[in-house]
Design a protein around this ligand. Structure first.
Ligand code: AQP
Length: 345
């Protein structure tokens, strides 16, 4: 018997990612997602960037606001520099194949795999029985989002690493169970650089997150220059000074976070940042950090406002992107259904 591994996927490089339409975006989303999507669009590979409205409804969303939130995320994509000529930008729910493939994957994924997902544990908290079933199977829909386009790489923040591993497990099990070696790729997460895990400004152990009840914990893309400066000024640090180059910062999580944010905003390494500030107090560092954050975010905020004032342009982009996405997704789902053995008439 041969123990050779099954033939690998041989299709082209494709990159896909998305952001949930679940409320205002923050600096973590910008550094961990938006900024990196824009950097990827010039590499010449097909890029798919969607607004995850189906993921958003895994927790309650006001129907009167959901379409608005979807447009807002699309506006953030465009304002950050995504070019619809280089990236398909679309709402997930406008491509019905996401749900179709997710169902098939629900039947491939194992309960034990989902039971291990830490994001569900964090988001459901003490009220697991009252969480939606959708919140539990969220990572399966995410696998469908990715494999529907046979994406080979997925730029995400650190928080999504476990879900990407699940996507790979689902792809491998599907290919194996249905004797379809190499049909789905085993996608790789792209987690690089200092901005992939931006932490709360109030607690260096917690991720910066839209659902944190404290607004002071995050910088929103809608914050003005004054709010940004105030939040950075009041951000938690410690009694020490800025560290030397290469210093171990395991016991200084808040300081480590501020340095990482500075590095990501200025496209420098952490060591380059500490080289500039070593030995100085935070009174010198924080205003410079605020300046950088305002410089990066103010033009995006202004452009988002302009786009939201006349959503026709956003809607045109979303419609065209959805058509592009459906054209790729439809044959993949048709072939998947054939492999599974569904009736074709
Ligand atoms: N703090 C973060 N640092 C770096 N990257 C982050 N991302 C989110 N938070 C950080 C990345 O942003 C992309 C979109 O995330 P999402 O819309 O799927 O939502 P999320 O990860 O659930 O973001 P939040 O803010 O934490 O939302 P809530 O509070 O609703 O759970 C992803 O690439 C993510 O990695």
């Amino acid at each position: 018997m041969s123990d050779a591994s099954p033939p690998a996927y041989t299709g082209p490089r494709r990159i896909l990612s998305g952001i949930q339409a679940s409320g205002a975006l923050h600096l973590g989303n910008y550094l961990g997602a938006l900024k990196r999507f824009v950097a990827l669009q010039d590499q010449g590979d097909p890029l798919f960037v969607f607004v995850a409205d189906m993921h958003a409804i895994t927790v309650w969303q006001d129907p009167a606001l959901l379409a608005q939130q979807t447009r807002e995320i699309a506006a953030a994509y465009l304002a950050s520099g995504l070019d619809p000529a280089k990236a398909a930008i679309f709402p997930q729910s406008a491509v019905p194949q996401h749900a179709e493939l997710a169902w098939i994957f629900n039947c491939v994924a194992r309960l034990g795999w989902l039971d291990r997902m830490t994001q569900f544990k964090e988001k459901s908290g003490k009220h697991k029985e009252r969480s939606s079933v959708g919140l539990y199977t969220y990572p399966v829909l995410q696998a469908a989002d990715i494999l529907l386009y046979k994406a080979t790489e997925v730029p995400v923040g650190e928080d999504q690493k476990q879900h990407l591993e699940l996507t790979r497990d689902i792809a491998a099990k599907f290919n194996n169970d249905f004797s379809a070696p190499g049909f789905f790729p085993l996608p790789e997460p792209l987690i690089q650089g200092p901005g992939t895990r931006v932490m709360s400004l109030r607690d260096g152990a917690a991720k910066m997150s839209k659902s944190d009840p404290s607004d002071a914990s995050r910088i929103n893309l809608t914050d003005d220059a004054d709010a940004i400066s105030q939040k950075i000024k009041k951000s938690k640090t410690d009694m020490g000074v800025m560290p030397e180059v290469g210093a171990a910062l395991d016991d200084r999580p808040e300081v480590r976070n501020l340095i990482a944010i500075y590095a990501a905003l200025s496209d420098q390494t952490r060591d380059q940042v500490t080289a500039d500030f070593a030995g100085q107090g935070f009174g010198a560092f924080k205003p410079k950090l605020a300046e950088l954050a305002v410089e990066a975010l103010a033009p995006i905020t202004a452009e988002m406002r302009r786009l939201m004032a006349d959503p026709a342009e956003i809607d045109r982009v979303l419609s065209a992107g959805a058509e592009q996405a459906r054209n790729i997704a439809a044959p993949v789902v048709a072939e998947t259904k054939r492999i599974v053995g569904f009736w074709r008439g």
